[in-house]
Design a protein around this ligand. Sequence first.
Ligand SMILES: Nc1ncnc2c1ncn2[C@@H]1O[C@H](COP(=O)(O)OP(=O)(O)OP(=O)(O)O)[C@@H](O)[C@H]1O
Ligand SMILES: [Mg+2]
Length: 350
Amino acid sequence: MYNFTNFFSKFKIPFFTNFEVYFDLGTTETKIAIKDKGIILRKPTILAFNNRSGDYIFFGTEAKEIIGKTPDFIKIIKPISNGVIVDFDSTVALIKKYLDQSVNLYFNNQIIKPALTGIATVPSIATEIEQKAVTESLLKAGLTQIFLIEKSLATAAGAGINIFSHQPALIVDMGGGLIEVAIVGSGGIISEKTLKNGGENMNKLIYNYIYLKYGVVLGEGTCEELKINLLNFTEEEKILTVRGKSLESGLPKSIKVKSSEIKEALLNSFNQIVDAVKEIMENAAPEIVDEVNKQGIYLTGGMARIKGLNNFFNQELKINIIQEEINYYATIRGIMILAKNKEKLEKIII
Ligand SMILES: Nc1ncnc2c1ncn2[C@@H]1O[C@H](COP(=O)(O)OP(=O)(O)OP(=O)(O)O)[C@@H](O)[C@H]1O
Ligand SMILES: [Mg+2]
Protein backbone atom coordinates (compact mmCIF):
# COMPACT_ATOMS: atom_id res chain seq x y z
CA MET A 1 0.00 0.00 0.00
CA TYR A 2 1.21 3.48 -0.76
CA ASN A 3 2.69 5.14 2.29
CA PHE A 4 1.01 8.54 2.44
CA THR A 5 2.76 9.52 5.66
CA ASN A 6 6.14 9.17 4.01
CA PHE A 7 4.93 10.91 0.91
CA PHE A 8 3.64 13.97 2.76
CA SER A 9 6.54 14.14 5.19
CA LYS A 10 8.77 15.01 2.22
CA PHE A 11 6.98 18.32 1.80
CA LYS A 12 8.08 21.15 3.96
CA ILE A 13 5.77 24.10 4.01
CA PRO A 14 7.62 27.11 5.40
CA PHE A 15 4.51 28.88 6.64
CA PHE A 16 3.08 25.78 8.26
CA THR A 17 4.82 26.20 11.57
CA ASN A 18 7.51 28.27 13.09
CA PHE A 19 9.66 25.57 14.59
CA GLU A 20 13.07 26.87 15.66
CA VAL A 21 16.13 24.73 16.35
CA TYR A 22 19.34 26.15 17.82
CA PHE A 23 22.80 24.69 17.25
CA ASP A 24 26.15 25.08 18.95
CA LEU A 25 28.38 22.86 16.84
CA GLY A 26 31.27 22.72 19.30
CA THR A 27 34.63 21.10 18.61
CA THR A 28 34.10 18.66 21.49
CA GLU A 29 30.39 18.71 22.11
CA THR A 30 27.33 19.42 19.96
CA LYS A 31 24.50 21.16 21.73
CA ILE A 32 20.98 21.42 20.31
CA ALA A 33 18.06 23.35 21.75
CA ILE A 34 14.54 24.14 20.61
CA LYS A 35 12.45 27.21 21.13
CA ASP A 36 10.45 27.17 24.37
CA LYS A 37 11.78 23.74 25.34
CA GLY A 38 15.44 24.37 26.09
CA ILE A 39 18.51 22.21 25.54
CA ILE A 40 17.45 18.80 24.25
CA LEU A 41 20.80 17.29 23.24
CA ARG A 42 24.42 17.47 24.37
CA LYS A 43 26.64 14.86 22.78
CA PRO A 44 30.25 14.47 21.66
CA THR A 45 31.07 15.81 18.18
CA ILE A 46 32.51 12.55 16.96
CA LEU A 47 31.47 9.58 14.83
CA ALA A 48 32.88 6.41 13.30
CA PHE A 49 32.92 5.48 9.62
CA ASN A 50 33.17 1.96 8.27
CA ASN A 51 35.33 2.08 5.14
CA ARG A 52 34.18 -1.38 4.04
CA SER A 53 30.45 -0.78 4.15
CA GLY A 54 30.70 2.94 3.47
CA ASP A 55 28.43 3.75 6.43
CA TYR A 56 28.68 5.83 9.54
CA ILE A 57 28.30 3.23 12.25
CA PHE A 58 28.79 4.88 15.65
CA PHE A 59 27.94 8.33 16.86
CA GLY A 60 28.80 10.41 19.90
CA THR A 61 29.72 8.67 23.14
CA GLU A 62 29.79 5.26 21.45
CA ALA A 63 32.33 6.51 18.89
CA LYS A 64 34.35 8.24 21.59
CA GLU A 65 34.60 5.06 23.62
CA ILE A 66 36.17 3.05 20.81
CA ILE A 67 39.00 5.47 19.99
CA GLY A 68 42.19 3.46 19.61
CA LYS A 69 40.39 0.09 19.78
CA THR A 70 39.12 -0.37 16.23
CA PRO A 71 40.39 -2.25 13.17
CA ASP A 72 41.88 -0.14 10.38
CA PHE A 73 38.71 -0.08 8.32
CA ILE A 74 36.83 1.79 11.04
CA LYS A 75 37.79 5.43 11.06
CA ILE A 76 37.04 7.73 13.99
CA ILE A 77 36.19 11.20 12.75
CA LYS A 78 36.07 14.51 14.58
CA PRO A 79 34.29 16.56 11.92
CA ILE A 80 34.82 19.88 13.67
CA SER A 81 38.27 21.10 14.52
CA ASN A 82 39.16 24.41 16.20
CA GLY A 83 35.53 25.44 15.93
CA VAL A 84 35.14 24.97 12.17
CA ILE A 85 33.90 22.13 9.96
CA VAL A 86 36.77 20.11 8.53
CA ASP A 87 34.72 17.18 7.21
CA PHE A 88 31.46 18.28 5.58
CA ASP A 89 29.81 14.88 4.91
CA SER A 90 30.55 13.62 8.42
CA THR A 91 29.13 16.81 9.91
CA VAL A 92 25.90 16.31 7.94
CA ALA A 93 25.70 12.67 9.05
CA LEU A 94 26.22 13.63 12.69
CA ILE A 95 23.63 16.43 12.62
CA LYS A 96 21.10 14.14 10.92
CA LYS A 97 21.62 11.50 13.59
CA TYR A 98 21.36 14.00 16.41
CA LEU A 99 18.21 15.55 14.92
CA ASP A 100 16.66 12.08 14.77
CA GLN A 101 17.55 11.50 18.42
CA SER A 102 16.09 14.80 19.56
CA VAL A 103 14.14 17.27 17.43
CA ASN A 104 12.54 14.76 15.04
CA LEU A 105 11.05 12.82 17.95
CA TYR A 106 8.68 15.73 18.47
CA PHE A 107 6.88 15.17 15.19
CA ASN A 108 7.25 11.45 14.63
CA ASN A 109 3.51 11.10 14.33
CA GLN A 110 2.88 14.15 12.22
CA ILE A 111 1.98 13.69 8.60
CA ILE A 112 3.60 16.90 7.50
CA LYS A 113 6.96 17.69 8.96
CA PRO A 114 7.12 21.36 9.90
CA ALA A 115 9.66 23.64 8.30
CA LEU A 116 12.61 23.96 10.64
CA THR A 117 14.40 27.26 11.05
CA GLY A 118 17.91 26.83 12.39
CA ILE A 119 20.05 29.33 14.22
CA ALA A 120 23.70 28.40 14.64
CA THR A 121 26.84 30.08 15.91
CA VAL A 122 30.15 30.41 14.12
CA PRO A 123 33.44 31.51 15.68
CA SER A 124 34.70 34.95 14.67
CA ILE A 125 37.78 33.41 13.07
CA ALA A 126 35.63 31.38 10.63
CA THR A 127 36.09 32.42 7.01
CA GLU A 128 33.14 33.02 4.71
CA ILE A 129 33.57 29.54 3.27
CA GLU A 130 33.66 28.02 6.75
CA GLN A 131 30.48 29.94 7.64
CA LYS A 132 28.83 28.67 4.47
CA ALA A 133 29.78 25.10 5.40
CA VAL A 134 27.74 25.46 8.60
CA THR A 135 24.69 26.74 6.71
CA GLU A 136 24.98 24.10 3.97
CA SER A 137 25.48 21.21 6.39
CA LEU A 138 22.36 22.17 8.35
CA LEU A 139 20.31 22.57 5.17
CA LYS A 140 21.51 19.20 3.96
CA ALA A 141 20.60 17.68 7.32
CA GLY A 142 16.99 18.72 6.78
CA LEU A 143 16.54 22.28 7.99
CA THR A 144 14.66 24.76 5.84
CA GLN A 145 16.47 28.00 6.52
CA ILE A 146 19.52 28.94 8.58
CA PHE A 147 20.65 32.08 10.35
CA LEU A 148 24.16 32.47 11.71
CA ILE A 149 25.37 34.57 14.60
CA GLU A 150 28.83 35.17 15.96
CA LYS A 151 29.65 32.75 18.74
CA SER A 152 31.05 35.30 21.19
CA LEU A 153 27.84 37.33 21.06
CA ALA A 154 25.71 34.29 21.83
CA THR A 155 28.10 33.13 24.56
CA ALA A 156 28.05 36.55 26.22
CA ALA A 157 24.24 36.65 26.10
CA GLY A 158 24.17 33.15 27.62
CA ALA A 159 26.42 34.31 30.46
CA GLY A 160 23.77 36.88 31.35
CA ILE A 161 25.25 39.90 29.58
CA ASN A 162 22.98 42.33 27.76
CA ILE A 163 25.01 42.48 24.55
CA PHE A 164 22.99 45.45 23.26
CA SER A 165 23.79 47.66 26.23
CA HIS A 166 26.51 50.27 26.01
CA GLN A 167 28.38 48.78 28.93
CA PRO A 168 31.01 46.53 27.33
CA ALA A 169 31.73 43.19 28.96
CA LEU A 170 34.66 40.80 28.64
CA ILE A 171 34.14 37.06 28.26
CA VAL A 172 36.62 34.22 28.07
CA ASP A 173 35.04 31.17 26.40
CA MET A 174 37.19 28.10 27.01
CA GLY A 175 36.01 25.28 24.80
CA GLY A 176 37.49 22.09 23.45
CA GLY A 177 38.94 23.74 20.37
CA LEU A 178 39.12 27.45 20.93
CA ILE A 179 39.75 29.94 23.66
CA GLU A 180 37.92 33.09 22.64
CA VAL A 181 38.55 36.27 24.57
CA ALA A 182 36.07 38.93 23.52
CA ILE A 183 34.82 42.32 24.55
CA VAL A 184 31.19 42.72 23.52
CA GLY A 185 28.78 45.62 23.71
CA SER A 186 26.36 47.80 21.71
CA GLY A 187 25.24 44.71 19.79
CA GLY A 188 28.65 43.71 18.45
CA ILE A 189 32.12 42.40 19.17
CA ILE A 190 34.36 45.33 20.06
CA SER A 191 37.57 43.32 20.07
CA GLU A 192 38.52 39.69 20.16
CA LYS A 193 41.48 37.36 20.40
CA THR A 194 41.25 33.67 19.62
CA LEU A 195 43.70 31.01 20.77
CA LYS A 196 43.70 27.50 19.39
CA ASN A 197 44.85 25.83 22.58
CA GLY A 198 41.50 24.70 23.95
CA GLY A 199 40.73 21.59 25.98
CA GLU A 200 41.63 19.07 23.27
CA ASN A 201 45.07 20.57 22.83
CA MET A 202 45.47 20.41 26.60
CA ASN A 203 44.77 16.67 26.45
CA LYS A 204 47.72 16.39 24.06
CA LEU A 205 49.94 18.34 26.45
CA ILE A 206 49.02 15.88 29.20
CA TYR A 207 49.92 13.03 26.85
CA ASN A 208 53.36 14.58 26.22
CA TYR A 209 53.96 15.30 29.90
CA ILE A 210 53.21 11.72 31.00
CA TYR A 211 55.21 10.29 28.10
CA LEU A 212 58.28 12.32 29.04
CA LYS A 213 57.99 11.91 32.81
CA TYR A 214 56.94 8.26 33.11
CA GLY A 215 57.74 6.75 29.71
CA VAL A 216 54.09 5.74 29.48
CA VAL A 217 51.79 6.26 26.50
CA LEU A 218 48.20 7.12 27.41
CA GLY A 219 45.03 6.99 25.32
CA GLU A 220 43.30 10.24 24.37
CA GLY A 221 40.34 9.51 26.64
CA THR A 222 42.63 8.83 29.59
CA CYS A 223 44.34 12.18 29.14
CA GLU A 224 40.97 13.92 29.21
CA GLU A 225 39.96 11.92 32.28
CA LEU A 226 43.10 13.12 34.07
CA LYS A 227 42.34 16.72 33.15
CA ILE A 228 38.68 16.61 34.21
CA ASN A 229 39.27 14.68 37.43
CA LEU A 230 42.51 16.17 38.68
CA LEU A 231 42.93 19.70 37.39
CA ASN A 232 42.04 22.42 39.87
CA PHE A 233 43.44 25.74 40.98
CA THR A 234 42.76 25.16 44.65
CA GLU A 235 44.95 23.53 47.31
CA GLU A 236 43.29 20.19 46.66
CA GLU A 237 45.76 17.47 45.66
CA LYS A 238 43.92 14.53 44.14
CA ILE A 239 45.45 11.32 42.83
CA LEU A 240 44.19 9.15 40.00
CA THR A 241 45.59 5.80 38.92
CA VAL A 242 45.48 5.28 35.16
CA ARG A 243 46.71 2.62 32.81
CA GLY A 244 48.80 3.12 29.73
CA LYS A 245 51.50 1.36 27.76
CA SER A 246 55.09 1.28 29.01
CA LEU A 247 57.53 2.46 26.37
CA GLU A 248 60.22 0.22 27.80
CA SER A 249 58.41 -3.10 27.92
CA GLY A 250 55.52 -2.43 25.56
CA LEU A 251 53.27 -3.84 28.28
CA PRO A 252 50.39 -2.22 30.19
CA LYS A 253 51.51 -0.13 33.12
CA SER A 254 49.64 1.68 35.89
CA ILE A 255 50.75 5.08 37.10
CA LYS A 256 49.52 7.37 39.86
CA VAL A 257 49.06 10.92 38.65
CA LYS A 258 48.57 13.95 40.94
CA SER A 259 46.64 17.19 40.46
CA SER A 260 49.86 19.21 40.75
CA GLU A 261 51.36 17.33 37.81
CA ILE A 262 48.40 18.09 35.55
CA LYS A 263 48.59 21.72 36.63
CA GLU A 264 52.29 21.77 35.80
CA ALA A 265 51.58 20.30 32.34
CA LEU A 266 48.92 22.90 31.59
CA LEU A 267 50.11 26.00 33.42
CA ASN A 268 51.66 27.45 30.29
CA SER A 269 48.34 27.17 28.43
CA PHE A 270 46.51 29.04 31.17
CA ASN A 271 49.22 31.68 31.26
CA GLN A 272 48.68 32.18 27.54
CA ILE A 273 44.99 32.84 28.25
CA VAL A 274 45.99 35.39 30.89
CA ASP A 275 48.31 37.06 28.36
CA ALA A 276 45.50 37.20 25.78
CA VAL A 277 43.23 38.93 28.30
CA LYS A 278 46.01 41.38 29.21
CA GLU A 279 46.65 42.12 25.55
CA ILE A 280 43.00 42.79 24.81
CA MET A 281 42.73 45.05 27.87
CA GLU A 282 45.91 46.94 26.93
CA ASN A 283 44.51 47.69 23.50
CA ALA A 284 41.04 48.67 24.76
CA ALA A 285 39.84 52.23 25.28
CA PRO A 286 40.04 53.52 28.89
CA GLU A 287 36.23 53.61 29.17
CA ILE A 288 36.08 49.91 28.31
CA VAL A 289 38.83 48.98 30.75
CA ASP A 290 36.99 50.87 33.47
CA GLU A 291 33.71 49.10 32.70
CA VAL A 292 35.34 45.64 32.61
CA ASN A 293 37.02 46.41 35.92
CA LYS A 294 33.66 47.26 37.45
CA GLN A 295 31.77 44.29 36.00
CA GLY A 296 34.40 41.58 36.17
CA ILE A 297 35.38 38.97 33.59
CA TYR A 298 33.00 36.13 32.68
CA LEU A 299 34.37 32.60 32.22
CA THR A 300 32.35 30.26 29.98
CA GLY A 301 32.69 26.91 28.19
CA GLY A 302 33.63 23.44 29.38
CA MET A 303 36.79 24.59 31.09
CA ALA A 304 34.90 27.13 33.15
CA ARG A 305 34.12 24.08 35.30
CA ILE A 306 37.69 23.85 36.56
CA LYS A 307 37.63 24.46 40.29
CA GLY A 308 39.39 27.59 41.46
CA LEU A 309 40.08 28.93 37.97
CA ASN A 310 38.49 32.21 39.07
CA ASN A 311 41.11 32.55 41.82
CA PHE A 312 43.93 31.84 39.38
CA PHE A 313 42.75 34.49 36.90
CA ASN A 314 41.98 36.89 39.73
CA GLN A 315 45.53 36.64 41.08
CA GLU A 316 47.03 37.20 37.66
CA LEU A 317 44.67 39.94 36.45
CA LYS A 318 43.51 41.63 39.66
CA ILE A 319 39.95 41.77 38.32
CA ASN A 320 36.87 40.08 39.73
CA ILE A 321 36.18 36.81 37.87
CA ILE A 322 32.66 35.45 37.39
CA GLN A 323 32.74 31.67 37.19
CA GLU A 324 29.43 29.84 37.29
CA GLU A 325 28.85 26.18 36.47
CA ILE A 326 25.80 27.06 34.36
CA ASN A 327 27.99 29.03 31.94
CA TYR A 328 29.37 25.74 30.64
CA TYR A 329 26.46 25.94 28.14
CA ALA A 330 26.53 29.69 27.69
CA THR A 331 26.65 29.57 23.87
CA ILE A 332 23.50 27.51 23.32
CA ARG A 333 21.67 29.32 26.12
CA GLY A 334 22.67 32.58 24.51
CA ILE A 335 21.09 31.60 21.20
CA MET A 336 17.87 30.79 23.06
CA ILE A 337 17.92 34.18 24.76
CA LEU A 338 18.75 36.15 21.61
CA ALA A 339 16.15 34.32 19.50
CA LYS A 340 13.38 35.57 21.77
CA ASN A 341 13.64 39.10 20.43
CA LYS A 342 13.49 38.86 16.63
CA GLU A 343 13.90 42.58 16.07
CA LYS A 344 17.21 42.60 17.93
CA LEU A 345 18.21 39.22 16.52
CA GLU A 346 17.99 40.61 13.01
CA LYS A 347 20.64 43.18 13.90
CA ILE A 348 23.25 40.57 14.71
CA ILE A 349 22.58 37.96 12.04
CA ILE A 350 25.63 37.55 9.82
N1 LIG B 1 35.22 19.65 34.70
C1 LIG B 1 36.05 19.92 33.68
N2 LIG B 1 37.34 20.23 33.93
C2 LIG B 1 38.18 20.50 32.92
N3 LIG B 1 37.84 20.48 31.62
C3 LIG B 1 36.58 20.16 31.33
C4 LIG B 1 35.61 19.87 32.32
N4 LIG B 1 34.44 19.58 31.70
C5 LIG B 1 34.66 19.69 30.38
N5 LIG B 1 35.94 20.04 30.15
C6 LIG B 1 36.60 20.24 28.85
O1 LIG B 1 35.91 21.27 28.15
C7 LIG B 1 36.04 21.03 26.76
C8 LIG B 1 34.68 21.09 26.12
O2 LIG B 1 34.13 22.34 26.35
P1 LIG B 1 32.96 22.91 25.44
O3 LIG B 1 31.81 21.99 25.43
O4 LIG B 1 32.73 24.31 25.88
O5 LIG B 1 33.70 22.89 24.03
P2 LIG B 1 33.07 23.06 22.58
O6 LIG B 1 31.99 24.07 22.66
O7 LIG B 1 32.70 21.73 22.05
O8 LIG B 1 34.34 23.58 21.77
P3 LIG B 1 34.61 24.96 20.98
O9 LIG B 1 33.67 26.00 21.52
O10 LIG B 1 36.03 25.29 21.26
O11 LIG B 1 34.38 24.64 19.54
C9 LIG B 1 36.68 19.66 26.58
O12 LIG B 1 38.05 19.80 26.24
C10 LIG B 1 36.51 19.02 27.96
O13 LIG B 1 37.55 18.11 28.24
MG1 LIG C 1 31.95 26.11 22.48
